[in-house]
Design a protein around this ligand. Sequence first.
Ligand code: BV8
Ligand code: ZN
Length: 256
Amino acid sequence: MNNHGHASMFSATLEDKLGSARHVAVLTGAGVSAESGVPTFRTGGEGLWARYNPTELATFEAFSRDPDLVWRWYSWRRGIIRGVKPNPGHYALAEAETLFPRFSLITQNVDNLHRRAGSTDVHELHGNIERSRCLDCGLFFVEDEAPPSEHVLHCTCGGMIRPDVVWFGEILPETELLFAQTEAQRCDLFLTVGTSGLVYPAAALPLIAKQSGAYVVEINPEPSAIARELDECISGASGAILPLLIDTARRLRTSA
Ligand code: BV8
Ligand code: ZN
């Protein structure tokens, strides 16, 4: 837990990093979108979500077995995402791009909310729900070209169209994973925000950062599965903590 060595909300070490880090990397999970109203994987939501386990539905097997059901689940999720807005946590991370000499944002989320909040360089380890692709010819479809529907859609080539997200058992986009692992090895401050730390290889990133000498801080109301390996755990909601953290960094870096 963080030590309140002085008046500030943050530990002396974290303050020092916020003021002097040259390379900051952030990994986000579903928790950063929770305050926007997007149900997370663990706490689930209502409807389709509550009745099915994402680790069963978010698989190629489920899609092969019942493409309409899986397509309906993603259509339902896309409908939720279209109806929500980024929250202060997303906006704080968008501002962070301008505050540190090098800043990298790596997300497990497929909801596109970081980009909608203004982040310009988002590394999506698990794809993007607003993008679909043809199983046969690989043609990509953006949101409106593959509208939400009750039945799976087919490409002009006849192939089935799938969400362009990484399912369980599927490999991650190589360039994005390599980028994320390299940033974790090189950064001097690593924040892991709103993730349960259960799904690999993303969950290994904070551990890689720690082993490579970075100061690693978790922001989550509950300790994640990897919390005890990290330097600090700030217990709180990302929409509340991230703006305070970025305010502190801005104050320390502009009061030169
Ligand atoms: C792979 C996209 C190679 C799709 C997702 C056995 C042991 C270990 C590993 C494995 C195993 N068997 C298989 C594996 C590998 C598997 C894995 O790790 N499984 C886990 C379940 C054990 N990984 C894979 O399959 C990956 N691929 O490894 O390929 C390979 C190939 C073949 C066989 C083996 C390996 C692919 C993983 C990607 C899956 N796709 N999403 C879609 O969205 O539909 S995963 C999805 O769930 C997310 O992207 C995220 O990565 C993951 C976990 O979700 P979180 O983001 O952490 O969110 P969660 O709901 O879990 O938690 C929310 C957190 O927020 C909580 O901690 C909560 O306290 C906090 N919170 C709540 N409110 C707030 C908050 N925090 C801050 N503020 C708040 N307000
Ligand atoms: Zn096609």
